[in-house]
Design a protein around this ligand. Sequence first.
Ligand code: MTE
Length: 301
Amino acid sequence: MAHRWTPDLKAKDVTDEALFLNRRTLLAGIAGTGLGTALAPPALASEELEPNSWEDITSYNNFYEFGTRKDDPKRYAGALTTKPWSVQITGLVERPGVYDFEDIMKKMTIEERIYRFRCVEAWSMVVPWNGFELADLLDLAGIQSSAKYVAFETLYRPEEMPGQEMFVLDWPYVEGLRLDEALHPLTIMATGIYGRDIPNQNGAPLRLVVPWKYGFKSIKSIVKITLTDKEPPTSWNIANPREYGFYSNVNPEVDHPRWSQASERPLGGGLFARRIPTLMFNGYAEEVGDLYKGMNLRKFI
Ligand code: MTE
């Protein structure tokens, strides 16, 4: 399968935030030459998103395997061993097996995407991810024609993930996507942020990012991917089916049973930062709207 991302800087070329920001200025400078357009990620075609700081992105997290407070992941995730790491790809695939993370990385072109990230709790941030399209990973295993869904599973290792000793969620954390959602070019496996390896608290060494869905769909530290013909169970839906559906598309018109989803508070602007209106499909409606044509989005939450 051809890579749909244009070649971009490799993680090793971007060593810090300053350099990264410099490069963005550079990109802006060459916009209009054709080259700039080719390099711009699709979600950026019509707008400039200002990324949150490294500090914001890596110190205010949800990763319940390390505790339920926003600062728990940063404090405790350092204990997680992420080398070696492998991902089992199984189910309705041509080449089921255990894929070594380093081998996967050698086969993928690591690109950068700047995405809006909207948490169901109504805060949001903008993250410059590095990674590759999920479609390209699934292609390694070869999708069988009967596959309709993709199920994901996080590592289960209570010795290193103390939150798994608590009964907050059914462990391991599981998530799922319809196959067409999984194959959409905006759906990525992130392995870095700001050109650095992704920190443990953000889901090292690889996590899903689906920018038009609420953040909890973006499952972290994945060890297993299963292609299936049945809608897979998902952690938050198991925990509270009334509040969390399988789709969980960002939708300002459909409120969470306990709060409005019409606006969001961008992180990094201080405690009293202005709320901004939330956009349909988190601003990616043009790209993904067709996936849900004819579906009642009040029913399929
Ligand atoms: N993945 C696992 N394994 N465990 C989790 O608790 N939390 C989810 C999602 N992925 C979670 C997870 C939620 S609720 C959100 S909002 C995002 O991760 C947060 O990602 P971030 O910490 O990188 O911002």
